[in-house]
Design a protein around this ligand. Structure first.
Ligand code: ADE
Ligand code: ZN
Length: 345
């Protein structure tokens, strides 16, 4: 069966893929938020799904984060974290995700008195259980960059007893005034502890290019989250290409926090041979899981089905899995493409 002439939603949904940029707290759907609020006796100020959705008006990263963090109050017990991650992983499986490397924000919970252990154990239990429905999943612990480097360092030390449950560390939250070098010492220690390293370089920030250069050359990250402003500097594009550094783009999220999906930048980097990948970021807030993100960017940039297949291959190439599993997933993509039969009219 030849490839379809267009990368349809049906084709991209079944395409085996890895999701590498996904905030577990950003998968909190309104119905689960309301259920946990009731169970834990938390007043979130809304009582229907429509009321919750009415608060989802974002014009930039800051206005999104102002809605995002207060909602986390409903997450209190290990079971709450398990339920949240389990619900995401079921949706991911239905989106063709075979491997997920999922961010979590421990400081957003420990600052409210939730034990670190409840967060990591609940999430890890869900990750392990996802093997039953064909998803292998890992955790990446993010530091909140608008908190201090000391707080990040304390969080890093709190993670040491759970090191075997965590694959790497990342950096998220508000980039304005919180450049990567603020966390250079914390990330050096994380590297020494054996963690893989990634950092957000969000879209269209003041100093985006300087921050991308710092994460590559000073911090020595293994991957960059977002980072598509790199197109402004061809020398940095050449550097990520030569070093095989993956970028995790999130088109639907981009269109909420800026006025553009950045599809042209994704297409340019893909055609330049950079390991750019497509992901969903905070799908419960931005309304698109990973297959929707593939379909949206493909339609906007006019990507061919072959180019979409390369994006899916990039997701495994840029992932932190061992070489045997990587080869098996890449072969699974080839089999899918060879055997693809449309299920839509
Ligand atoms: N936390 C959750 N989503 C984020 C994003 N897109 N950028 C920075 N921090 C985040
Ligand atoms: Zn993100």
């Amino acid at each position: 069966m030849p490839l379809p002439t267009q990368p349809t939603l049906d084709f991209v949904t079944g395409l085996p893929k890895a999701e590498l940029h996904l905030h577990l707290e950003g998968t909190l759907e309104p119905d689960l938020k309301l259920r946990l609020a009731e169970r834990n006796g938390v007043d979130i100020g809304q009582s229907t799904v429509e009321d919750v959705q009415a608060t989802y008006r974002f014009t930039d990263l800051t206005s999104f984060l102002a809605v995002y963090y207060p909602a986390m109050d409903v997450l209190q017990t290990e079971d709450d974290f398990f339920e949240l991650a389990h619900a995401y992983l079921l949706r991911a499986a239905a989106n063709g995700v075979k491997h997920a490397e999922m961010f979590f924000d421990p400081q957003a919970h420990t600052a409210r008195g939730v034990p670190f252990e409840a967060v990591v154990k609940g999430y890890h239990r869900a990750a392990a259980a996802a093997a039953d429905f064909g998803v292998d999943a890992d955790l990446i612990m993010c530091f909140l960059r608008d908190l201090s480097a000391e707080s990040a360092a304390e969080t890093l030390e709190a993670s040491v007893p759970f090191k075997d449950l965590i694959l790497g560390v990342g950096l998220d939250s508000d980039e304005r005034g919180n450049p990567p070098e603020k966390f250079a010492g914390v990330f050096a220690r994380a590297r020494d502890l054996g963690y893989r390293l990634t950092m957000h370089c969000d879209i269209d920030q003041v100093g985006s290019i300087d921050n991308i250069r710092t994460v590559l050359e000073t911090i020595g990250v293994d991957r960059i989250d977002h980072g598509t402003n790199i197109v402004e500097d061809p020398a940095l594009v050449a550097e990520v290409k030569a070093r095989g550094i993956g970028l995790t783009s999130c088109p639907v999220s981009n269109s909420f926090v800026t006025d553009d999906m950045k599809a042209a930048e994704v297409a340019q980097l893909l055609r330049d041979g950079v390991k750019i990948t497509i992901n969903s970021d905070d799908p419960a807030y931005f309304g698109g899981y990973v297959a929707d993100n593939y379909a949206a960017v493909a339609a906007k940039a006019g990507l061919t089905p072959e180019e979409v297949v390369t994006l899916a291959k990039n997701s495994f190439e840029a992932s932190w899995i061992d070489e045997d599993r990587r080869a098996a997933y890449l072969a699974e993509i080839d089999r899918y493409v060879e055997q693809y039969e449309p299920t839509e009219a």
